[in-house]
Design a binder for this molecule. Sequence first.
Ligand SMILES: [Zn+2]
Length: 175
Amino acid sequence: MPSETVNETNNPLKELRYKSDAGELILEDVGEIVVFLSLSFRSMVKWTAKKFGSGSSMIWYNIGKASASPLVEVLQKRKGVETQEELIKRLDSYATILGWGYVETTIFDSQEKKAVIRVTNSLLTRGKNEGLECHFLRGYLSGLYDMIFETHTFCEEALCKNMGANHCEFHVRTR
Ligand SMILES: [Zn+2]
């Protein structure tokens, strides 16, 4: 496990508000969120792999991209008040605290438009190892960086814990 602890000033759990009449959980400035079992998430990925074989990687990559795209408005607002480095740190903290694994952006190059994101204990690699890779995270990161770098990006998973590595590592670059 990584030695560094997460920046508690970026703890989204402290900003959560529950609207009991509507059955909604609100994260200030971001929108409403839903808490979902990671077990169920892995089950969805496994089902898709069983049903569609290798085609499921493309499905989950694009689902990841589609999940990131509604964040454009939120990110635009943040980009006005934060440096890109602060924004990246906040996104790392959010993902980590919300349970996606320990997320660290180890390389962020806004000139070259390149980034490397390390995820230790990715939620897709927990439980029984069934040889799945983290295509959803790959797509999600590409979607995020399309907005951050303001161009089309591609993300590949260079290392995956499900393929025997110690952690997962994602490389984002322009297409
Ligand atoms: Zn992985």
